[in-house]
Design a protein around this ligand. Sequence first.
Ligand SMILES: Nc1ncnc2c1ncn2[C@@H]1O[C@H](COP(=O)(O)OP(=O)(O)O)[C@@H](O)[C@H]1O
Ligand code: SF4
Ligand SMILES: [Mg+2]
Length: 318
Amino acid sequence: MSALVEVSELRTWFDARQGGKRCVVKAVDGVSFAIHRGETLGLVGESGCGKSTAGRTLMRFHNPNGGRILFDGNDITSGDIKPYRSRMQMVFQDPYSSLDPRLAIRDIVAEPLNIQQPKLPAAERDAVVVENMRLVGMNSEALSRFPHEFSGGQRQRISIARALTTNADFLILDEPVSALDVSIQAQIINMLMDIQERSGITYLFIAHDLSVVRHISQRVLVMYLGRGMESAGTDELYAHPLHPYTQALLSAVPTPDPKISRKKQRIVLEGDVPSPINPPSGCVFRTRCRYAESRCADSVPEMRDAGGGHFVACHRYE
Ligand SMILES: Nc1ncnc2c1ncn2[C@@H]1O[C@H](COP(=O)(O)OP(=O)(O)O)[C@@H](O)[C@H]1O
Ligand code: SF4
Ligand SMILES: [Mg+2]
């Protein structure tokens, strides 16, 4: 199985100002991962860790400062992204602000198609729109209505229909269910899994907690302050988390089995993610790590193979 998306040492830095002085925000600072065809990679980390910036850089909404992005074997790190635009689409967290309130659903869903194939006859365009609305479980009677007439879950279905109209083979789902009620979250996740089963589409699923990605992802990458901390197959990561950051994130996930939750020790992550303007030296997690020692301030831990496709960046496993 070859990778559809291969990212190595990706860096996306922003110029900013702090106290009148120019500075650099290292939002993404050396992240690597691969996503195989038809697979879902879960990308997890607290707010501010650079997940959206990584996704937006893959879409080339930002130009990377370093590293390499391969899409279907093609280097898309720089140069013209237009030939790949229809093949990759992004769905955003907030279904309230990502749909233009002045447009009817028909025009919202058709938007990427209008850009990609402006000469497509109206009847054909409508047929594509109706088919994709059906895929996300929406009736075509919705087409003449406006976004405010729908619930959050329905709006997110509409956003997903829009992302699918160009027949994309890769979707970046940036916290697509974070703004929705828990019961609705499961419906959307199951729908995304059905669509993937039928079409073989590839997903990068971004979330800020580990419970959301468990069901949908085959692999998970945990990110912290612009860098990859740990990645593994989903079952392996949840059963044997190695990185102290993953262990802390996981200890916050509720377990359905009361026997397990009583045994499970809650690891409290104190403080916030430090600023990516002045990230800690060495291991960026060290200011919140309960195992931190002097070498953690001196050298950056490399992502190392812990066996069985499990990778971890922590000096404790060297
Ligand atoms: N356009 C931008 N200019 C400056 N800083 C940015 C920009 N976009 C994001 N950032 C900063 O980059 C860091 C990562 O942000 P983001 O990628 O949105 O994280 P996440 O999606 O994990 O919450 C944050 O500190 C954020 O403030
Ligand atoms: S390298 Fe050190 S500070 Fe970083 S996670 Fe491992 S033990 Fe903690
Ligand atoms: Mg985000």
